[in-house]
Design a protein around this ligand. Structure first.
Ligand code: SAH
Length: 221
């Protein structure tokens, strides 16, 4: 079998066994997962593992999230295609690529310059034109392109950063893991005027969110 055939079969199996079987049935999300070559977002040594049911290292102690978590968080945003979406924690760029197929524009912020640079180069090479990569502290959001109709934070936060809540559009949703080391609660914060309706989507496990409104070095061991 050629390489494209191998990765295509792996991706199909990932979608059936990890995504559909566990309850994500949104056809647009599934189509986006099918269209993004996850193996292009991992190191060459890990390409054959790219579709496995777990997170993988991206360098600097960071990870590319488990496929099911990417699918779940994406489906929780309930995107229609005309949104501007903010992602905090670019990492490999995989989640941003998936979002870019479901929204009008994606702004993604990464704190570690090496990761931000390699993700930007990879996304450009793969032809994802509607993604704006920013290097910096994502807990501050990115006011220049606000408001956002959807926001995804792909690192564990002590609480939802104020600037992100401020930059969320009326009716928009922020999907964010809240909690400390070990296990966090995946929460959806939906804005209704000045109020936020919060719901919990169950336990997840992420690396820490750093920065001004993230976890400090001593707080997260
Ligand atoms: N979404 C990524 C995986 C993210 S892992 C993917 O699809 O591959 C979490 C990422 O959040 C790490 O790369 C980490 O460096 C980054 N991060 C942590 N705190 C941050 C902050 N305050 N601002 C921006 N990025 C941050």
């Amino acid at each position: 079998m050629d390489e494209a055939g191998f990765f295509g079969r792996e991706r199909e199996r990932m979608i059936q066994e990890q995504i559909v079987r566990r309850g994500v049935h949104d056809a647009r999300v599934i189509d986006a997962l099918w269209r993004v070559a996850r193996h292009a977002f991992v190191s060459p040594e890990q390409r054959t593992e790219a579709y496995a049911d777990r997170p993988l290292p991206t360098g600097g102690g960071q990870t590319i999230s488990q496929p099911f978590i990417v699918a779940l968080m994406t489906s929780l945003l309930d995107l229609r295609g005309d949104e501007t979406v903010l992602e905090v924690g670019t990492g490999s760029g995989y989640q941003a690529a998936v979002l870019s197929l479901l929204a009008e524009r994606v702004v993604t912020i990464e704190a570690l310059p090496d990761l931000a640079d390699s993700a930007a180069a990879r996304l450009a090479r793969l032809g994802f034109a509607n993604i704006r990569g920013i290097t910096g502290d994502g807990t501050l959001g990115y006011a220049a392109l606000a408001p956002y109709q959807g926001m995804l934070v792909t690192a564990a936060a002590p609480s939802p950063p104020g600037p992100l809540l401020d930059q969320l559009d009326d009716g928009g949703r922020l999907v964010i893991p809240i909690g400390g080391p070990g296990e966090q609660d995946l929460q959806v914060w939906q804005r209704h005027g000045d109020r936020f309706v919060v719901r919990s989507e169950g336990p997840v496990c992420f690396v820490p969110l750093r920065g001004e409104f993230g976890w400090g070095k001593e707080e997260w061991e």
